[in-house]
Design a protein around this ligand. Structure first.
Ligand SMILES: CC(C)(COP(=O)(O)OP(=O)(O)OC[C@H]1O[C@@H](n2cnc3c(N)ncnc32)[C@H](O)[C@@H]1OP(=O)(O)O)[C@@H](O)C(=O)NCCC(=O)NCCS
Length: 188
């Protein structure tokens, strides 16, 4: 963990109150098109109403967020969950899909503002977010490329469940990854 930063857990209400600051971290980390931000903001607000919602932020010395992560219990009726369930059932069979999706925690976002990257914050957030959960597995999606995020997830025990997966026609290819909980550090 960087000096002069603190990792804090936010309840859903505090997360929603700070959503524009989280969106600023997301924007700095992901550099999305400006046209996507309103939609992203409403998705994040909706996610905060999901069961088992857990959000963490890393604050700098002035109390401003420089990184955040959140997730929630996945269940039928959630767009991401249903898309992945359908695709995994088709490619690996219903039993395999059920194994991963019947009782899972979905890591929805993990972002560190560039000036604070590669200092251990992303790893700390991922491990804390998924610690002491009742769910036996965690799932997430990330761009299907050899990105820092992909390296981090692999090193925490996540394996590819789907690759080259497109959530919609205009999207880049994604990898859907899963790991048994608690996460294990598999760096050798
Ligand atoms: C991915 C991200 C969250 C990682 O957070 P971070 O604080 O920078 O990462 P950490 O310092 O905790 O490092 C964790 C691991 O990530 C990988 N990593 C981090 N930065 C990296 C880089 N520049 N190049 C390659 N791997 C890198 C490494 O595997 C590293 O483990 P190591 O230190 O044992 O080599 C952060 O880089 C980020 O916000 N990126 C942009 C947004 C994004 O891609 N979010 C994830 C969307 S799914």
């Amino acid at each position: 963990m960087s000096p002069a930063t603190t990792l804090t857990e936010l309840g859903a209400a505090r997360f929603v109150m700070a959503i524009d600051k989280m969106l600023a971290v997301y924007t700095a980390a992901m550099n999305p098109a400006a046209s996507q931000l309103a939609g992203r903001r409403s998705i994040m607000a909706r996610h905060a109403t999901n069961p088992g919602f857990r959000a963490l932020a890393v604050l700098d010395g002035d109390g401003e967020p420089v990184a955040f992560s959140y997730g929630f219990h996945g269940e039928s009726g959630q767009w991401w969950h249903d898309m992945v369930n359908y695709a995994l059932s088709s490619s690996a069979g219903a039993a395999e899909a059920g194994h991963w999706l019947s009782d899972s925690f979905e890591v929805a976002e993990l972002h560190v503002t560039p000036a604070y990257q590669h200092q251990g914050l992303g790893r700390s957030l991922l491990y804390r977010l998924t610690a002491d959960l009742d769910e036996p597995s965690a799932l997430l999606s990330t761009h299907d490329s050899e990105s820092p995020a992909r390296h981090l997830y692999r090193s925490a025990g996540f394996v590819d469940l789907l690759t080259a997966f497109r959530f919609s026609g205009g999207d880049p290819p994604y990898a859907v990854m899963g790991a048994a909980l608690p996460l294990r550090d598999v760096r050798s």
